[in-house]
Design a protein around this ligand. Structure first.
Ligand code: CTP
Length: 405
């Protein structure tokens, strides 16, 4: 993955800059071509000559120090790079990149590059937890940057906690893993539905359910990170889709979701129905707000269409995945749903289990495919589970599920 790649290493002014020397050395030993760009502050910790000797390339610090009159250095380096690694990344460089500042060689190059950007932060534990740093990191993730989390341990400032630059070999491993994952779904179109639907009774009242949309959004983000183009059909939720490859379509009712899913179905390679679609809607929707009356109020409900079943009927090569929330005979009921709706795989939640189900950040489920291969997914964050599910799907499509890992 790293061999023959052009890698720009951005070194910023933190004590962990000394570890960037081993990082550059390891990258070179693994066959990468490396150019180092330093901030002025970084040169307080390590001399440019060290990086020049390790990379056997000139080191860039000053935007106006043009080494070759035929080229504009920051654009040249930005275009040359396949991968950018910021290590160590201080709170300052994270803030500058999140806000588009370009006041030195490193920041101008970062704005100009189209390469994949990996950021390995290193700072004091309280700085790392500061809301502005957290917000800036979130912004960068939403724009497609990938963070390599710092480890916990002794920090140069004397504190013990999270903030220590990840070890150089672990940084390279994380990048290799991410590059591999990124290509798993490249060229694929993934259609995901998420969240609840709302079925209006009158202009101010509706029937809905507790779905937060978190699982569906996590799936959309995982698919986008694996290189897919994602169309996310979302019911009313408060979430933001955090990836530039996600096109979001907002719907409210089951009928609108049916329409949106069918419009995009033909062009999709993978379709995942993680939405909690209303099975019933009021038979009549009142145009004016209903005034309360003495006595009871009965509302007649009628069935909505089963979107997933209709997609199953019209399937032409799409890999169709459903979700099932079960409380008893979990696997049997899930498998019956898979067959009834002509699915390729189903993710079955036992919603009686702690940590599984609707509103929380965690889930616990089983992935089952048409040939009855089953993979248990232990309790984990919806984000991690979504990455696992997308990996299973990518492998399953190639007939290579095994144990999925
Ligand atoms: N689903 C759908 N359209 C509906 C209802 C459900 O597309 N009107 C999809 C869900 O998005 C999910 C799957 O069907 O992927 C399973 O939904 P669920 O409600 O658990 O199962 P049902 O098949 O409706 O069966 P039951 O209510 O009997 O459990």
């Amino acid at each position: 993955m790293i061999r023959d790649k052009n890698i720009m290493v951005g070194v910023t002014g933190g004590i962990a800059a000394y570890k960037a020397c081993s990082l550059v050395s390891s990258l070179i030993q693994q066959g990468a071509h490396v150019k180092v760009v330093m901030t002025e502050h970084a040169t307080q910790f390590v001399t440019p000559l060290t990086f020049q000797a390790l990379s056997r390339q000139p080191v860039y610090i000053d935007t106006f120090d043009e080494k070759d009159p035929e080229k504009i250095a920051h654009i040249d380096v930005a275009d040359w790079a396949d991968i950018v690694i910021l290590a160590p990344a201080t709170a300052n460089i994270i803030a500058k990149l999140a806000n588009g500042l370009a006041d030195d060689m490193l920041t101008t190059t970062l704005l100009a590059t189209q390469a994949d950007v990996y950021i390995a932060p290193a700072m004091n534990v309280h700085m790392y937890a500061h809301p502005s740093v957290v917000d800036n990191m979130k912004t960068l993730v939403e724009r497609g940057c990938y963070f390599i989390e710092p480890g916990a341990g002794y920090l140069a400032c004397g504190y013990v906690g999270k903030g220590r630059l990840e070890e150089p070999d672990r940084i390279i491993e994380a990048i290799e893993h991410h590059q591999k994952q990124q290509s798993l779904l490249s060229g694929k179109i993934v259609l995901v539905s998420a969240g609840p639907t709302r079925e209006a009774i009158d202009p101010v009242r509706f029937f809905s359910n507790r779905s937060s949309g978190k699982m569906g959004f996590a799936l959309a983000e995982a698919a986008a990170e694996m290189g897919a183009k994602v169309i996310l059909v979302s019911g009313p939720v408060t979430l933001k889709a955090a990836h530039p490859n996600i096109e979001r379509i907002n719907v409210t009712t089951a009928a609108e979701m049916y329409e949106a899913m069918h419009v995009h179905y033909a062009s999709a390679d993978i379709v995942i129905k993680a939405a909690a679609v209303a099975d019933y809607r009021p038979k009549q929707t009142f145009e004016q707000k209903l005034k309360k009356q003495p006595g009871d109020w009965t509302i007649t409900l009628e069935r909505t269409q089963d979107i997933l079943a209709s997609l199953g009927e019209q399937k032409k090569g799409q890999f169709l995945v459903g979700f099932a929330a079960e409380t008893s005979n979990v696997i049997q009921n899930g498998l019956a749903k898979l067959k009834r709706k002509n699915l390729d795989a189903i993710v079955i939640n036992d919603v009686t289990k702690a940590g599984a189900g609707f509103a929380g950040d965690t889930n616990k489920a089983v992935y089952v495919n048409r040939s009855n291969s089953q993979i248990d997914m232990p309790l984990s964050t919806k984000k991690n589970m979504a990455q696992d599910i997308m990996t299973f799907i990518a492998k399953d499509m190639k007939g290579d599920l095994n144990d999925g890992r």
